[in-house]
Design a protein around this ligand. Structure first.
Ligand SMILES: Nc1ncnc2c1ncn2[C@@H]1O[C@H](COP(=O)(O)OP(=O)(O)OP(=O)(O)O)[C@@H](O)[C@H]1O
Ligand SMILES: [Mg+2]
Length: 532
């Protein structure tokens, strides 16, 4: 893993390699579209160039939201005088040379478009020096005019400065946001790039004011702390690397969630990509663990072989596609679920118990809670929520329920709007473990129900609603299945419920993400009683 940053620093794309113009057949294969939409996209391109050049420190400065000035300075490989001049040309790149290279891209850039695009719409000055040269080179381009080259002074590395962005495109300028919103967009872009490369330092100044100070960090967690604060970063749970698995990163535990998706960050082979296509997988992983409207933080990394990822799908290089019709969805869901589950072994959240050895019911409270003891801990458990959780996990494992014949068939009256749907889902109902036969127009007769279900009628109706409305079937079934769960429980029922609950993977919350257990350590009680 982490193969991408490594191979980049081993062979910084800019150094020792020569910038050339791509042959037309290669240039034509590159996803076409607008490269520079706003200052933030120019900053993204320039910072990516710095990273491709092996920079360990990237300084960004903007004025007037990036429109008056944007400047990116790096300590990367720099360019030779000839390369510097060629680099501002169309389709000029050192990163690929032929169509086959396009299938194996390891660098962030590959189109040879960015410098050309920026220099066509601004007054661009590029100053650069390689380690082999004593004198630096300056190349200036005024809004697409031919480049002018002169000697200059500059440490090893490169500074690219663009003034008056969209000077020759007044209409485009009119579409920009306020200075403040453009500045915010630049900040977001630099933060995202910084999260993708903890090992490099990133600094952002706007109108002379320091907005980001992110010195080189030891790892992703430290970078997350710099960007989003220590308390969020500390709470994050590492995704266990499944051996050979491509997904790693950090996600928030169930106890930490947010009202927005702001803390979602994804990098594929070191490239920051739009989170839109990953948000559903993250949402799915937390679907039964967080309340509605709450979102986790997730810093996800996918490291795949360069041949496994198609980077040439979006003009701004902000989306990728896995080759061979592979989907990242199950990989992401699987990695997050297994990272969240072991929480209990560490004695943190989650039922702190292995099996039921240590968990003994004391009794019931108000017909709604089971009171139990586990070693030196008092446990108050929402019996309904616990039952939902148990059913939910059973159903998740086996949506193919085992049908159990009902001793007395049940006639289920169907809601008028759903009645016509019922026979469309005959196969699905069969797989769930229901068997039924027609009974008039708006009813069916249930002959068998899945063994996990305590309320066949409620469960059947819940499943129908879920199937017709495309909701989470397991959640709906679990909820309906347990609604009629008896209020007063026998001791045996309590024992078996506690036993099953303690074996669940996510025993802290019901499938709707509500907490279902309160633990009171004996020491807390004694402290309250003034005994310690
Ligand atoms: N900061 C830099 N340090 C060293 N070389 C650079 C730097 N910026 C650009 N270059 C060189 O200039 C070339 C052109 O840069 P440009 O960003 O236009 O294209 P690219 O990075 O190859 O592809 P893309 O358009 O996808 O970004 C690069 O291939 C690289 O060789
Ligand atoms: Mg580039």
């Amino acid at each position: 893993m982490k193969l991408f940053p490594q191979s980049i620093s081993e062979s910084p794309a800019g150094y020792g390699s020569r910038v050339h113009v791509l042959p037309p057949d290669v240039a034509h294969r590159i996803a076409a579209g607008e490269v520079i939409e706003r200052p933030a996209s120019a900053v993204k391109e320039l910072v990516e160039n710095a990273l491709d050049a092996g920079a360990s420190r990237v300084e960004v400065e903007i004025e007037g939201g990036g429109v008056s000035l944007l400047r990116v300075r790096d300590d990367g490989s720099g360019m030779s005088p000839d390369d510097a001049e060629r680099a501002v040309g169309r389709h000029a790149t050192s990163k690929i040379s032929c169509a086959e290279d396009l299938a194996q891209v390891l660098s962030l850039g590959f189109r040879g478009e960015a410098l050309h695009a920026i220099s066509s719409v601004s007054a661009l000055t590029l100053t650069t020096r390689t380690i082999g040269e004593t004198c630096a080179t300056r190349v200036q381009v005024l809004a697409g005019a031919p480049p002018e080259r002169s000697p200059a002074a500059h440490p090893v590395g490169t500074t690219v400065e663009a003034r008056g962005l969209f000077m020759n495109l007044p209409v485009r300028r009119g579409f920009l946001g306020t200075e403040r919103s453009e500045t915010n967009a630049v900040t977001t872009v630099v933060e995202a790039l910084a999260l993708s490369r903890p090992e490099a330092g990133f600094f952002l100044k706007a109108d002379g004011r320091g907005l980001l100070v992110l010195p080189a960090a030891a790892d992703l967690r430290e970078r997350a702390a710099q960007v989003h604060g220590l308390s969020l970063a500390r709470s994050l749970v590492p995704l266990d690397e499944v051996v050979g698995g491509p997904v790693w990163g950090l996600v928030s535990p169930l106890s930490v969630s947010f009202p927005t998706r702001r803390y979602l960050h994804v990098a594929v082979n070191g490239r920051v990509v739009h989170t839109d296509s990953f948000a559903p997988a993250v949402a799915k992983a937390y679907a039964d663990l967080l309340p509605k409207g709450r979102h986790p933080a997730a810093f996800l990394r996918l490291d795949l072989g360069p041949g496994e990822v198609d980077v040439n799908v979006h003009p701004a290089k902000s989306a990728v596609r896995l080759r061979g019709g592979r989907s990242a969805y199950p990989l992401v869901v699987g990695a997050i679920r297994s990272a969240l589950a072991p929480e209990r072994e560490e004695g943190g959240a989650g039922p702190a118990l292995e099996g039921d050895a240590d968990l003994r019911p004391i009794g019931q409270f108000a017909g709604r809670c089971i009171i139990a003891e586990a070693g030196e801990e008092l446990i108050i458990l929402d019996q309904h929520g616990a039952h939902e959780r148990i059913l939910y996990e059973k159903l998740l494992k086996n949506v193919h329920g085992i049908p159990v014949d009902l001793t007395l068939p049940i006639v289920v009256q169907l809601p008028a709007d759903l009645a016509p749907e019922v026979w469309n889902f005959e196969v699905e109902f069969g797989a769930l473990g229901f068997r039924m036969e027609p009974f008039g127009v708006e009813a069916v007769r249930l002959l068998a129900a899945p063994e996990t279900v305590t309320d066949p009628e409620g469960a059947f109706l819940g499943a129908l609603e879920a199937l017709a409305g495309g909701e989470d079937l397991a959640k709906s079934l679990a909820c309906r299945g347990s609604t009629k769960f008896g209020e007063s429980l026998t001791r045996e029922e309590m024992v078996s419920l506690l036993k099953e609950w303690s074996a669940t993977e996510f025993g802290e919350v019901c499938p709707h993400g509500r907490p279902i257990v309160k633990r009171v350590p004996l020491t807390d009680l004694l402290r309250e009683f003034g005994r310690v």
